[in-house]
Design a protein around this ligand. Sequence first.
Ligand code: ADP
Ligand code: C5P
Ligand code: MG
Length: 191
Amino acid sequence: MFNVVFVLGPPGSGKGTICSKIQENLGYVHLSAGDLLRAERERAGSQFGALIESHIKNGSIVPVEITCSLLENAMNLHKTANGFLVDGFPRNADNLSGWSKQMSGKVHEQFVLFLSCPVDICINRCLNRGEGRTDDNVDSLKKRVETYNNQTFPIIEHFGKLNMVRKVDSERPVEEVYEDVVKVFEAANQM
Ligand code: ADP
Ligand code: C5P
Ligand code: MG
């Protein structure tokens, strides 16, 4: 049974940044759904490249069958990991139901790390990210924020009702955010 921590928050809230640090120090393997989709988009012979790019540009969510299979395949490459940081997933109701269908009995969901940061700051971070992403522009960001508000935030609220959300204010400098994140992991792994 794989331990899984879902990492959610608006685009630019620092999910990737914080997950790299947890992976480095706590032995969890970082799996970014967005990174896996971008890699699949680039893979020669992929039948999903154009579909993925159209969702990424529009800030909409790729059908779960694609994303969940990429996540499961990646998990199976790291069978001895302490656990997995599933970053940027589940992003909507389709992601959540598809995950439950495909993964129940194979994973233990420990908690949801919610990185909370005001949207205007998140947008500025994305515009300055400098990774050449096709969706770090004002038009795509507007749609991504809409998707976050309308589809992803309700998923966080759903997990909140199950008492699974650990919220950390990620508006602060990375080191301060990370310090609080470590406390969340320590508390969870002592239980
Ligand atoms: P996400 O994965 O949530 O979209 P990233 O980790 O890629 O976010 O961060 C987006 C941008 O913001 C990156 O350029 C990153 O260096 C920067 N960043 C991340 N966390 C912070 C922070 N706490 N303070 C300032 N800048 C940050
Ligand atoms: O998390 P990240 O910002 O890298 O995601 C980029 C894009 O990848 C999203 O805006 C969305 O189009 C797509 N994505 C998705 N399903 C996910 C995660 C990301 O469709 N679970
Ligand atoms: Mg990211």
